[in-house]
Design a binder for this molecule. Structure first.
Ligand SMILES: NC(=O)C1=CN([C@@H]2O[C@H](COP(=O)(O)OP(=O)(O)OC[C@H]3O[C@@H](n4cnc5c(N)ncnc54)[C@H](OP(=O)(O)O)[C@@H]3O)[C@@H](O)[C@H]2O)C=CC1
Ligand SMILES: O=C(CO)COP(=O)(O)O
Length: 326
């Protein structure tokens, strides 16, 4: 396996900026691509990204709005929202050398196609080699260098190991696996379930209800993940259970915060990405296609689409027939 030295991160949002810092800390030469020239110039000049205010950008990171910069990269990381990933990879494709690993880091499922992020890469850049990075990791924590562990998956185990060594450091510990589907389904599903957890908190239903909702949500995540070909140990690992625990318990999460606002009857936070809200309908289509029951995710989708009130959705969940656990 050739050594990976140059990393290009596509997307200068909170996560892309944090991951650029991760790669720089691991000793890589890093380019961070922002699609807007003015944004690239501002971040480059101030070494501060307003999406991660107060956390200085590593001085070695080159910020650019020239996507051709990706042509010299040994690894490309896609860090744009899930519904924008196809456009970002399509714009990148012509600049990629054949066989370049392209790591997805968005947590979602594409609308309309129901594609996972590595499938989007396969379709939009067929000459690239897709991989996925996911797990409990807030951009702010990662950018500050606080200890974090995630999962990094590629179909080829040797590649997954090489990517881990290229990006890992003491504060950012990726665990490798070949279970690509298991990793991407955990990240996509937990965002939807975190909205439900936030609603429980916003409605002040109590800590016991939050634990019950999170656990039953995890059952849904595992059922769908296994039906889609993910492995149960992955779903119970960092990218599944780990990220579910984080996102269902911390107001730092935008998905959880959206749920809290909904539960309190307040307007949704403005200008904050909630991947779970975008993914909910696609996740349910996927569940239906695999004949998997996801009552919690279904309740979230119904509330967001205005097909159910919050009280009606809670009532539905609480009056479901008693059944065996599993
Ligand atoms: N924030 C976090 O803690 C974490 C986020 N993630 C995941 O990372 C993904 C991105 O989230 P996050 O960075 O927080 O979101 P942000 O809203 O902070 O940033 C999104 C960025 O994507 C850029 N973008 C959108 N479309 C394109 C495109 N076609 N080409 C290039 N850039 C584009 C936006 O640019 P512009 O400003 O021009 O619109 C913006 O800079 C999500 O899927 C999220 O779930 C994963 C782990 C942690
Ligand atoms: O995925 C995340 C942490 O692992 C970030 O969660 P939010 O997108 O809900 O903020």
């Amino acid at each position: 396996m050739k050594p990976f030295n140059r990393v290009c991160v596509i997307g200068a949002g909170a996560w892309g900026t944090a991951l650029a810092g991760v790669a720089a800390r691991a000793g890589r030469k890093v380019t961070l691509y922002a699609r807007d020239a003015a944004v690239a110039a501002q971040i480059s000049a101030t070494r501060d990204n307003p999406r991660l205010p107060g956390i200085p950008l590593d001085r070695g990171i080159v910020v650019t709005h020239d996507i051709a910069a990706a042509s010299s990269a040994d690894i490309v990381i896609i860090a744009v929202p899930a519904q924008h990933s196809r456009a970002a990879v399509a714009a990148l494709a012509a600049h990629l050398s054949p066989g370049t690993p392209v790591i997805a880091s968005a947590k979602g499922v594409e609308h309309g196609t129901r594609r996972f992020m590595t499938e989007v890469i396969e379709e939009a850049a067929p000459h690239a080699v897709p991989a996925i990075l996911s797990g409990p990791s807030f951009a702010d924590d990662v950018a500050r260098g606080l200890p974090t562990a995630v999962t990094l998956a590629a179909k080829d185990e040797a590649l997954a190991v090489a990517l881990v060594h290229a990006l890992g450091s003491a504060a950012f510990r990726p665990y490798h696996t070949t279970d690509v589907r298991g990793v991407e389904i955990g990240g996509a599903a937990k965002n939807v379930l975190a909205i439900a957890a936030g609603i429980v908190v916003g409605k002040q239903l109590g800590a016991s209800a939050l634990a019950a909702l999170t656990t039953r949500g995890f059952s849904e995540l595992v059922r769908l993940g296994c039906a889609c070909g993910g492995r149960s140990e992955t779903l119970a690992g960092l990218s599944g259970l780990g990220d579910l625990i984080l996102t269902c318990s911390s107001p730092q999460s935008r998905n959880f915060s959206l749920g809290i606002a909904l539960g309190r009857g307040e307007p949704a936070p403005r200008d904050k990405l909630s991947e779970g809200a975008h993914t909910a309908p696609a996740l349910l289509e996927l569940a239906a296609a695999h004949d998997v029951e996801m009552p919690v995710a279904q309740a979230v989708a119904a509330i967001l689409a205005g097909r159910s009130t919050i009280d009606g959705a809670i009532d539905n969940l609480l009056t479901r027939p008693f059944r065996g656990e599993g």
